[in-house]
Design a protein around this ligand. Structure first.
Ligand code: 13P
Length: 256
């Protein structure tokens, strides 16, 4: 399948940064990335920094994302954040079903699918994460795991909603380990995911849906990973916490 999709590179800051640190980082990114049009660039700070960061992004080509949200539209859910609260800060994207949320907070495919529907109901674009563990890969279960997660976590999305959804392939063994998937491994998994989307929807949806790779993306591997035909961007953790490394990832990726 020919690549006709714009790159989308997102920084997942996870549980890092005070408000002051977040503001510093975004100021630096704005200076370095002003005018970059070849990729959609998204920063996903913790909830506590969304308000201040959103003000800085008013006159920027960078977009704002959140790292999670409730499947409920609002109400008595102590500690949760609803889509309408994110909308107040001009959040456009929301990461859903990250492996850390699946592993440490018991998120299931069914819950992720409900959150994805809630995100779309609020016109937020979900970034839905999938990926196998090392044990699953070693047992030869990668495709079975991805198929279960993709079908389960995207269940019920209409064709139009699917087109506004981003999938992030994040092999768990590559997250925070310094050991990225090889470009071939990422390509193989992401081509498989695209074939699944073709089966679930149709060829045209599959051709248009963007699939990011995540897991130890660095300036040194961004270009080769993004050169793969089915890799349409990156979801970056550790290397998105510093201006220099995030900017270099983006510059290397668009130079592919
Ligand atoms: P690292 O880039 O730190 O490996 O994290 C990847 C990730 O989990 C992004 O969501």
């Amino acid at each position: 399948m020919e690549k006709e999709r714009k790159l989308i590179i997102a920084g997942n800051w996870k549980m890092h940064k005070t408000v002051a640190e977040a503001v510093d980082l975004v100021r630096g990114l704005k200076l370095e990335l002003a005018g970059v049009k070849e990729a959609d660039i998204v920063v996903c700070p913790p909830f506590t920094a969304l308000c201040e960061v959103s003000k800085l992004l008013l006159d920027s080509n960078l977009r704002l994302g959140a790292q999670n949200m409730s499947e409920h539209p609002g109400g008595a859910y102590t500690g949760e954040i609803a889509a309408f609260m994110l909308k107040e800060f001009s959040v456009r994207y929301v990461i859903l079903g990250h492996s850390e949320r699946r592993a440490y907070h018991g998120e299931t495919d069914a819950l992720v699918a409900r959150k994805a529907l809630a995100a779309h109901a609020a016109a937020l674009k979900p970034i839905v994460c999938v990926g196998e563990t090392l044990e699953q890969r070693d047992r030869g279960e990668t495709e079975a795991v991805l198929e279960r997660q993709v079908r389960g976590s995207l269940a019920g999305l209409t064709r139009e909603q699917m087109l506004e959804t981003i999938i992030a392939y994040e092999p768990v063994w590559a997250i925070g380990t310094g050991r990225n998937a090889t470009p071939d491994q990422a390509q193989e998994a992401q081509a498989f995911i695209r074939r699944l989307i073709s089966q679930m929807y149709d060829e045209s949806v599959a051709r248009r849906v963007r699939i990011q790779y995540g897991g130890s993306v660095k300036p040194s591997n961004a270009r080769e990973l993004m050169s793969q035909p089915d890799v349409d961007g990156a979801l970056v953790g550790g290397a998105s916490l510093e201006v220099r490394s995030f900017v270099d990832i983006i510059k290397n990726a668009i130079a592919r």
